[in-house]
Design a binder for this molecule. Structure first.
Ligand code: FPP
Length: 249
């Protein structure tokens, strides 16, 4: 993969189409997730190589709990296996492992494996790999607002000080920049409750290709398309050319 293109600082991905990939091949859905997990490895390695600072993957939504028990269990197993398998690579390559979402929803053994993964890599600084797990954008905002109201009620946060940056500090993504690029595979053109607040100004790349088939070449296409987009953040082109960055958003 070439490095001559503009590299986003933060890439977020909705990895969709594992089930369809498997069903098309008369395989069980979990075979699609397994293939998808292999692709997670590919994209993590590619991002690390290219110098992407943050990669955030939608791996399990708040709605995914409603899937058949067998599929949920298999997904959790895959997740824990992935974390164990990838830990040596993450440690060698300076990748900090992070989770956003409602960790309280997970069985204790899954939760402790995730927490251990975060603790073991907490000192690493070359890239942050975030998995969104039991994650929903609305749920995240509700949790943030509850926490924020608690602070106001305790008298620790004056109401008039609440602005966008204060609210952002209560989100799971505090200390992370907003995604520059969102990729969604498998033909659906919606955000599906992913990073609702954070995607406000992100470029979005949709592709028909399913996640298990999304290879390095497809990834390169997404980056090239991103390189062609002009991000204006609500400003005019003249303002951009004059170097006004719109307050950094
Ligand atoms: C969407 O495909 C994908 C998911 C719900 C889970 C994503 C999980 C992985 C890529 C594998 C495990 C992840 C890690 C980090 C190891 P879908 O099942 O909704 O596909 P469909 O829309 O075709 O049914």
């Amino acid at each position: 993969m070439t490095k001559s293109i503009q590299i986003p600082q933060h890439i977020a991905i909705i990895m969709d189409g594992n089930g369809r990939w498997a069903e098309k091949r008369f395989l069980p859905r979990i075979a699609g997730h397994r293939q998808g997990a292999k692709n997670v490895r590919m994209v993590v390695q590619a991002c690390r190589r290219l110098g992407v600072d943050y990669l955030t993957l939608f791996a399990f939504s708040t709605e995914n709990w409603k899937r058949p028990r067998k599929e949920v269990d298999a997904l959790l197993k895959l997740l824990i296996g992935f974390l164990a398998d990838e830990m040596p690579e993450m440690l060698t390559n300076g990748i900090r492992f992070n989770v956003i979402g409602d960790l309280d929803m997970f069985p204790a053994r899954v939760r402790s494996a995730l927490i251990e993964g975060m603790e073991r890599t907490a000192h690493l600084k070359d890239m942050v790999l975030t998995l969104a797990l039991s994650y929903g954008g609305r749920d995240e905002i509700v949790r943030a607002v509850r926490h924020l109201v608690e602070k106001v009620q305790e008298g620790a946060l004056p109401l008039e000080e609440i602005d966008e940056s204060v609210l952002a500090d209560f989100l799971d993504t505090r200390n992370m920049p907003d995604p520059d690029l969102l990729i969604r595979t498998s033909g659906e053109q919606r955000i599906s409750n992913f990073l609702l607040w954070q995607l406000a100004y992100s470029e979005i790349f949709f592709t028909e290709v399913t996640w298990p088939e999304f290879d390095e070449q497809q990834f390169q296409r997404a980056l090239e398309e991103y390189g062609r987009r002009q991000r204006r953040f609500g400003l005019t082109q003249a303002q951009i050319l004059a170097g006004n960055d719109g307050g950094g958003r």
